[in-house]
Structure formats: structure tokens, C-alpha cells
Design a protein around this ligand. Sequence first.
Ligand code: NAP
Length: 511
Amino acid sequence: MSARSGGAERPADRARPVGPALMVIFGGAGDLARRKLLPALCNLREAGLLGDGFGVLATATRPLDDASFREQTREAVCGHLGERFDAETWSWLEERLFYERGELGDSALFERLAERIETLDRKLATAGNALFYLAIPPSLFAPTVEQLAARGLFDEAGGRTRRVIVEKPFGRDLESARALNRALAASLAETQVYRIDHYLGKETVQNMLAFRFANGIFEPVWNRRYVDNVQITVAESLGVGHRARYYEEAGALRDMVPNHLFQLLGYVAMEPPVSFAADAVRDEKGKVFSAIVPFDPEEVLHSTVRGQYGPGAMPDGGRVPGYREEPGIDPASTTETFVALRLAIDNWRWAGVPFYLRTGKRLPRRISEVVVEFRRVPFMMFRETPIDHLSPNRLTLRIQPREGISLHFGAKVPGPSLRLGGVDMNFCYRDQFGEEPATGYETLLYDALRGDATLFQRGDNVEAAWSVVQPILDVWHALSPRDFPNYPAGSHGPEAADELVGREGRRWRTP
Ligand SMILES: NC(=O)c1ccc[n+]([C@@H]2O[C@H](COP(=O)([O-])OP(=O)(O)OC[C@H]3O[C@@H](n4cnc5c(N)ncnc54)[C@H](OP(=O)(O)O)[C@@H]3O)[C@@H](O)[C@H]2O)c1
């Protein structure tokens, strides 16, 4: 489903190919391009959503030409699409795939790119439209944009479109996010900037809006009168893997909270937008972030928990090393691999409702979900079922795995006595709609090519999210953690995370 003007269809249902455009991928030979972007373009073509006036110009440092780049990309795309690789689709894309080698610090590269964009525009009939994708290290975002602007490549004269997709992470704190926004604003209009968070490409995330605003039955109870608390969990079972260098600098808070978790928070907590136009949705999301009660240092100590995994056993019995023993990690590292927060949103709808967020690595299962827990009934008539044995009504929006929605409620256990038990009503995307071939980037690329920014982050939203997180970064930076590692790999995180919720008489819902 899709949360944009036009209604709630999937891209394939609309079957309207995007207009002509050349996609220029910086970092076009890197991991993201090979694993996600180029396979996503194949899927879009197969769904009939890319017309013939399309091409890709990739640039990176490795010494390749068009032919060897095509060859390498074919292998990568074939490897990632597996059985779904379609030779016909590939030959369509291959004819439109070009490579320019160069170093982004070298201004001569940009001269060559400008020339090639013009030549390819004529050759492929891309009508002067270009989508620049920055799949490069974040330190290169601003200088690359500056170089492109200096050659007039963002000029939209004559009705052509020039857009830029900026990858995450967008800044590493409030100050750097502001600086990057300023650098982008010096060369581009906000409407030309598409800050990507691939979480928003997921069906269930988009479905949260459809679910909330297209169904009359839930909206009346979506507020402080009926909702007891909201829990957002993004758990990973993997460790740090090959991202050691990046992760040591970032940590779980920066890596996950102001982007992925806040996107989920925004969608679950926002007011109904006046339309599904990009700015209407993003205005409402921004209001949620601005209404989060700011953390003062005392509140950081009271309402946040950080953790780092030690050695342990995963549910399959396999033993895994602790974070400090992983390759490339400092043996005395104080980087957190787990975060739990309690947030309050000070507005009419949510006053008094706690929002609990948690994310971490080496938790038992990979799972992302939003759980809305409803208040209990005011009076329990079923005496044989003590109230504390009955779990509250719960609506779970599952983002992965098995994307879907389930509702938990009480029902009578069959038998002569009147006893209650908890039951679930489940909806699973795969069972209902079948599985769509998707890398998670199809919808986002399609939208950026069409100029729909609904699922992309606006500059002020990004800064508002960093403003919430900044005091936590400051306090954590000032006070080194003394108890790391404080949870074994394969557990649900540090005990303090359970206490954070438990001291308010609640429990994390454990999937
Ligand atoms: N991979 C993912 O799944 C993922 C997910 C979310 C966000 N991202 C973000 O996407 C961006 C790219 O990530 P990645 O995983 O694809 O990284 P990567 O595999 O290291 O690829 C980086 C690409 O940038 C090119 N590059 C680096 N420095 C350059 C320079 N000075 N001049 C010209 N080209 C240069 C590299 O060229 P060579 O190929 O010649 O080395 C490579 O093609 C990062 O901002 C990352 O945070 C990635």
C-alpha cells in the first residue's frame, strides 16, 4: 500500500511508468548500489514502472569501463535476485547502464559527468531530468552537492527536474545535521532534496497510515483515553558484522533512534494530515517530534538505558562473541549496542501515555514491531481469572518478519466455568497478497523519480528528531558506562530496560 495522494494502491497496481530520467549513482559500484538499488530497478522495470526513457550513470573510484561495470553488476544483481533474475529485464537495463570512473575530490570528474549527462540525455531521451543518488560515505554528501551545483547541474530551467537522494546517516548529531541541511540548502531547493530512510519503503510502515486513517474502527480509540502505552521495538539478532568502523563511531542510539524508530513513532502518533500530500504528512510528523518532552540530564538518567552485549548463546544454541571481541572493535569499547527510552508526547492526544522505544543487536530474534497496548476494562467481572493474569488488549503492527497486523483480546475458554484466555486475530501480508519481489527500495526510487517526497524526510523533521536525541548523546558522552557489557548475546537486553517499564507496572511485550 502507499501513503500518497492517489490512494492506497501498491506501485504495481498503478502501472504508470515514471517519466523519463537519468539516474546518476555516486558510489554506483558500492554495496548499496549492487545489493539494493540496481536490483530494485530491475524489479521496477518488471512491474512495468520504468519506461524506455531511462538510464543509469554510475560513478565510483574503481577502474572499470561501461563493459566491465555491466559485467560486474550483472553478477551482483543476479546473485541478489536469485530465481527472480530475468534475462530480458537485465538486457533492457544493461543497454542503459554506464560507468564513469573518478575521485569525488577531483573537480575534473564533475566536468566529465556534466558532459556525459548531456550526451546520455540525448542518447536515452531522458528529457533533461536527472536523479542524483548519493550512495557514498556521508562526509562526501556536502562536497559532492557543491560540485554539482557549481556546474549548474541542479538547474531546473525549461521544466526539467533535478533531484538528489541523500542516504543515511543524516548527520551524527544535531549540529552536523543542521550543517548538512545548510549545505544542501545552499545549492538546492528543499523540494529537490530526498532524504532517504529505507524503513519508510516497507509496506507495513506505509500501511500504518492506511490502517489508521482509512479505518473508522480504530481512530476513535487511538488516544490517551483508551491507549495505555505504546512500545516500539526494532531488534536485530546479528552482531556488528562488517560495520565495525562505522558502528564504533555511531552506536545504537545514532544508528537507529532519530531515523528508523522515530519514523515509526511519527506514524503511530501523528494527527490525521489534511491530505496525503508530502508536506501535509511531514508537517504532522514534525509536530509529533516537537511535542516530545525534552530530556534534561536528570531525565536522561531516569528514562534511558544503554547496553552492550557480552558473549552469549543465540536461540539456535550457537555461541557468539561479545561486542568487544568482534573484529575491528576496541576491546575496551564503550559504544552502546542497545538502547531503551521512555518518551512522553505532550499534546492533546497523548498526554500521560508513555512511549517505550528499544533497539539492539544480538537480541534473540530479528523483529520490528509497534505495539499499542490498550487500557484494561474498569471492572473485572470474571472472578476466576484474576485481572493480572489477563493480558491487555493489544494491537501489534509487525514490520518484520512476516509483515502484518494482529489484535490480541480476551475470550472465554471453552468449558462449564467462565474463564478467560488471550487469543489473537492475525493478518499477514504474505498470506493475503502473496510475496512481492522487493528490496525495500522500489517504492522509494519510484516515488523519487515521480517527485513524491511523502516517504522522504524533510530537513526540519530531521533536525527535530536530532533535537530530542541530543541531550541523551551529551549525558552519555559525559558519563562513561561502567557496567558494559551488561547483557549477554541472545538475551532481551539489560535488566535495566525491563525496570524502565516495570517500575510503571508494565512489561515489554516479548515477541
Ligand atoms: N549498504 C547498505 O545497505 C546501506 C544501508 C543504508 C545506508 N547506506 C548508506 O549508503 C552509503 C553507501 O553505503 P555502501 O554500503 O554502499 O558503502 P560502500 O560499499 O563502501 O560503497 C561506497 C561507494 O562510494 C564510492 N566512493 C567512496 N569514496 C569515494 C571517493 N572519494 N570518490 C568516489 N567514489 C567514492 C566507492 O567507490 P569504489 O566502489 O570505487 O570503492 C563505493 O562505490 C553510505 O552513506 C551508507 O551509510 C548503506
